[in-house]
Design a protein around this ligand. Structure first.
Ligand SMILES: Cc1cc2nc3c(=O)[nH]c(=O)nc-3n(C[C@H](O)[C@H](O)[C@H](O)COP(=O)(O)OP(=O)(O)OC[C@H]3O[C@@H](n4cnc5c(N)ncnc54)[C@H](O)[C@@H]3O)c2cc1C
Length: 381
């Protein structure tokens, strides 16, 4: 939206945005088709992103982060989304860093955050299992203490960044007799870790440049000081308390993708001719794009409000759930309406609108299925 500037932007952030945009255009875009074919980015991309200060942007500099706030994170997510890039699992990495910042012991922060900020360690969150997705309390992965180590046994699926992950936040039951209160998060460094195995790289219908993997923990031994926060049974509460951050990042990506879809479609409709005139001169196209532009503008104003609230610590779970479900539903709708205006070309992979269409779909499923989020909102009525 050329005539709109987010109220949270300022001159310093414009410079940061320029740097993020340059990085996306030079280091990711030229390779993105290959990343999608290979189902993962090059490992070095993480180190390069760390070098230019695009990782852990809202982590304090005393822990190696950039020392910014959620606005810096929003900018990175937006610059990726505005080029249709879903291959760099930046948001998940940031969420893991946030768990450490918010719940980790001082020693855990010092140990892992600087290495996450440099890209030396890629972060992943391993919650989901074959029998436990939305119902997280049903996880079966177990962790018990043995001679100063947690012994972890179980398997996880659908884990984003799973292929490259150097640090996995593993959600496990330390007290199988309890549901939520029996859950803990254990931070596992994967390198040379006996019993740890990355399984299949999953073949998805979209977001194919982003690695999604199965992970296996066969009596993996993690030192006892890898328990996040140092107290057992806090895992579920830690996951819940950080949801506003996680859901807002997903929603920001959704808005950026919608803005990109609109930009691509207006440009296409202006140049594509049928029946002797541009598509943009036909009333249906004009009305459709007028509707899309209205939706995207409302989406932008809404997400900007969430970003400001999150920055000031005022965004609660209900607000974040509303943003995530509504904006990601809208993202799918916008991608669908825009694709239609491309005709058959919209169905071809070489046209970015086709990728926006398939990449959008999972946004309604992960990060809390949208139906689950509506339950959360409904409980607040
Ligand atoms: C590409 C991708 C990346 C992912 N990345 C990660 C990751 O990094 N880490 C991780 O741990 N997990 C990850 N996931 C898993 C994701 O979080 C789960 O798929 C999601 O939570 C849904 O769980 P499920 O697939 O088991 O579906 P189920 O829990 O079986 O739910 C299926 C459907 O049932 C409905 N439903 C479920 N519960 C309710 C309810 N209470 N009320 C109403 N309707 C309901 C919803 O429509 C839901 O979509 C990823 C998934 C995908 C596809």
């Amino acid at each position: 939206m050329a005539d709109y500037r987010s109220p949270w932007m300022d001159e310093e952030l414009e410079l940061f945005r320029d740097a993020a945009r340059r990085f996306v255009e030079s280091e990711i875009l030229p390779h993105d088709a290959r990343f999608r074919e290979e189902h993962h980015v090059d490992r070095e991309l993480w180190n390069k992103a760390g070098e230019v200060g695009l990782l852990c942007t809202d982590i304090p500099d005393r822990y190696g982060g950039v020392g910014g706030d959620v606005r810096h994170e929003a900018i990175v997510v937006e610059e990726l989304g505005r080029r249709g890039i879903t291959s760099l699992g930046h948001s998940v990495h940031s969420i893991v860093a946030h768990y450490l910042l918010n719940y980790g012991t001082e020693e855990q922060k010092q140990r892992w955050l600087p290495r996450m900020a440099s890209g030396e360690l890629v972060g992943a969150i391993a919650m989901t299992e074959a029998g436990a997705g939305s119902d997280l309390q049903a996880v079966k992965t177990r962790a018990h203490l043995d001679d100063g180590h947690y012994v972890i046994k179980g398997s996880k699926t659908f884990i984003s960044n799973g292929y490259h992950a150097g640090l996995v936040a593993v959600v496990a039951k330390t007290d199988p007799g309890q549901r939520a209160k029996g859950i803990s998060i254990i931070m596992v460094e994967t390198r040379d870790q006996p019993g740890y195995r990355v399984g299949r790289l999953l073949d998805k219908i979209g977001q194919n440049g982003w690695d999604t993997a199965e992970l296996f923990f066969d009596d993996v031994r993690a030192p006892a000081d890898c328990l996040l926060g140092g107290v057992e049974g806090r895992g579920f509460a830690q996951l819940m308390d950080d949801l506003p951050y996680e859901r807002t990042l997903l929603a920001i990506g959704g808005v950026a993708a919608m803005e990109y879809a609109l930009e691509l479609t207006v440009d296409y409709a202006r140049h594509r001719k049928a029946f002797g005139r541009a598509l943009l001169e036909m009333q249906n196209t004009r009305f459709k794009l007028a509707e899309v532009r209205t939706w995207v503008h409302i989406a932008r104003v809404f997400i900007d409000d969430c970003i400001l609230k999150l920055k000031d610590g005022r965004l609660d779970t209900v607000d974040a759930s509303m943003a995530k479900w509504w904006l990601t539903d809208l993202q799918s709708k916008v991608a669908d309406e825009c694709l239609q205006l491309f005709g058959g070309y919209g169905y071809m992979k070489e046209y970015p609108i086709s990728q926006l269409y398939v990449d959008a779909r999972v946004q309604r499923i992960y990060g809390g299925a949208n139906e689950v989020l509506k339950e959360i909102i409904a409980r607040s009525l």
